[in-house]
Design a protein around this ligand. Structure first.
Ligand code: COA
Length: 194
């Protein structure tokens, strides 16, 4: 994806939303968005072993660039208002045509269409890179994310009961999946670096 891919939500007078590959200088803003969403409902003394530190995030971005997996931010003026990325669904080589993605939108910019802009960017980049399936995990009560993914052609393929503990109760997750390009109708192209 080239810098400056743009889309204007056209719903207010704020600067238009632009999507571009993330940069090192975006890392602090991405971490702030991540922490705000991921800690919700989890007791303060629980250590988040999966929380990316700034250096981890920088390394992850570089690895993704090498593998042609997208790691993008949405900006509005100078502000990073969301970010999204895809990783390999599983690291074992047989799974190299399946990507798994995540999207995070700044809490003050929810429902502006930014999630949709980011998801479209991920779909386009993963399809262009030759991935054939895209998978997401969504909290079962996350109506906004479920609606968003449904609009972009994802279907629910699994319901994972009671896999999370937050807000003092067990919560389910949903696995959603979408075909990219020719999907399973033909074999993948010859093996390259993936
Ligand atoms: C899920 C998330 C990425 C959506 O971002 P967003 O910028 O608000 O998304 P959009 O504005 O493009 O679209 C949101 C959709 O949810 C709908 N929606 C919003 N709140 C809703 C609600 N409470 N119930 C049902 N639908 C809702 C909107 O109408 C819109 O539907 P549409 O796509 O059919 O028009 C954002 O809420 C977020 O970052 N959440 C926290 C992290 C997260 O859950 N990430 C997703 C994990 S894959």
């Amino acid at each position: 994806m080239e810098d400056g891919t743009s889309a204007d939500t056209g719903v207010d007078n704020r600067p238009p939303i632009l999507v571009r590959p993330s940069r090192d200088s975006d890392v602090d803003a991405m971490l702030a968005i991540y922490r705000r969403h991921i800690r919700g409902g989890v007791e303060a003394d629980v250590i988040d072993t999966g929380a990316p530190e700034p250096d981890d995030l920088r390394d992850r971005r570089k690895n993704m660039r090498n593998r042609r997996l997208p790691h993008v931010v949405a900006t509005s003026g100078d502000a990073v208002v969301g970010y999204a990325y895809a990783v390999l669904f599983r690291k074992r080589p047989a799974y190299r045509y399946t990507a798994k993605h995540s999207i995070y939108v700044h809490h003050e910019h929810i429902s502006r269409g930014i999630g949709g802009i980011l998801l479209q960017a991920l779909i386009d980049t993963c399809a262009a890179a030759g991935f054939r399936q895209m998978i997401g995990y969504i909290d079962a009560d996350n109506s906004a994310s479920l609606a968003l993914h449904q609009r972009f052609g994802f279907t629910k393929v699994a319901h994972l009961p009671a896999v999370a503990w937050r807000y003092g109760r067990w919560s389910d997750s949903v696995m959603v999946q979408r075909v990219l390009g020719p999907g399973s109708t033909e074999p993948p192209p010859p093996f390259t670096s993936r």
